[in-house]
Design a protein around this ligand. Structure first.
Ligand code: CO
Length: 305
């Protein structure tokens, strides 16, 4: 619940910075560009403007719907005919904004992008305090289906808390019967992120993760000195927000990072987020905004005018 003026001010500022970083990132998506260059530019833009990245810049290509960010020694370079999702988060003192845009370099998926962008715009039009989660899903699904595409059913928007990118409630992109009576109350911050595809409309985890976060749990047996060193840096810098090995490269050696993260994950201290890939390798488009519900109005924090 965010009701204090100071929190609202920080959420609005984080939203503007995230929105600008998103558009800046999209402008860098062109033939020959690398994911690493774009993501690092986006992340340093956020820092330069006085916020922090709320999670690693996601640069997901074609059938990869989400959760790709370049690793310590892998990268994606664009051939010039891809569909690229740039998903950006910024926070000020834990007050988060989350937003995404899709760029079609091929020129062949204009309808798919239009369908998903329009789905998000239609949601912007109907959101008000106490809106039903069901009505958001119904609007997203109907808009995407109108264009003969499918929403991705197992990807959802989400409520957001302080220093928590997912605060527990999901906002499905389809009308879920179980959500029929669920309403979003004033004081709620949440992201709506329709994903649409020409595939089957489901994603699964595939490939190795470059995104992690701290679960807040300590293991039962003591950590080794190496594990403690890695965890200390993580907790100090990111708390429970997602991070990527790239961000640790200045402080720790590559091998220490990779080994340390794997061990901490096995012990339940960290959780990892592998890339999410459409099950039929359909092309996926995504658009996303963050919404803050107040008593009598709605602020779409990441919408720039
Ligand atoms: Co999100």
């Amino acid at each position: 619940m965010f009701v204090l003026d100071e929190a609202v001010d920080k959420l609005v500022r984080a939203g503007r910075i995230a929105g600008e970083a998103r558009d800046y990132g999209a402008s860098l998506v062109k033939k020959g560009a690398s994911a690493r260059e774009v993501c690092e530019e986006v992340e340093s833009y956020i820092r330069r403007k006085g916020a922090q990245p709320a999670f690693p810049c996601n640069f997901s290509v074609n059938e990869v719907a989400a959760h790709y960010t370049p690793g310590l020694d892998d990268d994606v370079r664009l051939a010039g005919d891809e569909v690229v999702k740039v998903d950006v988060g910024a926070h000020i003192d834990g007050y988060i904004a989350d937003t995404a845009v899709t760029v079609d370099l091929s020129g062949r998926y204009g309808d798919l992008l239009r369908a998903v962008r329009e789905a998000l715009e239609n949601v912007v039009r109907i959101v008000r305090p106490n809106i039903r989660v069901y009505d958001i899903g119904r609007t997203v699904e109907a808009t995407i289906k109108k264009y003969k595409f499918k929403p991705v059913r197992n990807l959802t928007g989400h409520t957001i808390g302080r220093y928590m990118i997912h605060a527990g409630e999901s906002i499905p992109n389809v009308p879920e019967r179980s959500m029929f009576y669920k309403r979003l109350r004033p004081g709620t911050l949440f992201a709506v992120e329709p994903f649409g595809t020409n595939g089957r409309g489901y994603v699964r985890e595939e490939g190795s993760a470059n995104i992690y976060s701290y679960t807040g749990r300590r293991p039962r047996t003591p950590l080794t000195p190496e594990e403690s060193a890695v965890l200390e840096v993580i907790v100090e810098r990111f708390r429970t927000l997602p991070f990527t090995p790239r961000w640790l490269a200045g402080e720790l050696e590559g091998k220490v990072i990779v080994e340390g993260l794997k061990k901490l994950e096995r012990r339940g201290v960290l959780v990892s987020y592998p890339p999410l890939v459409e099950v039929e390798n359909g092309i996926v488009a995504q658009f996303e905004h963050t919404f803050l519900l107040l008593k009598d109005r709605v602020i779409v924090t990441t919408k720039l005018d």
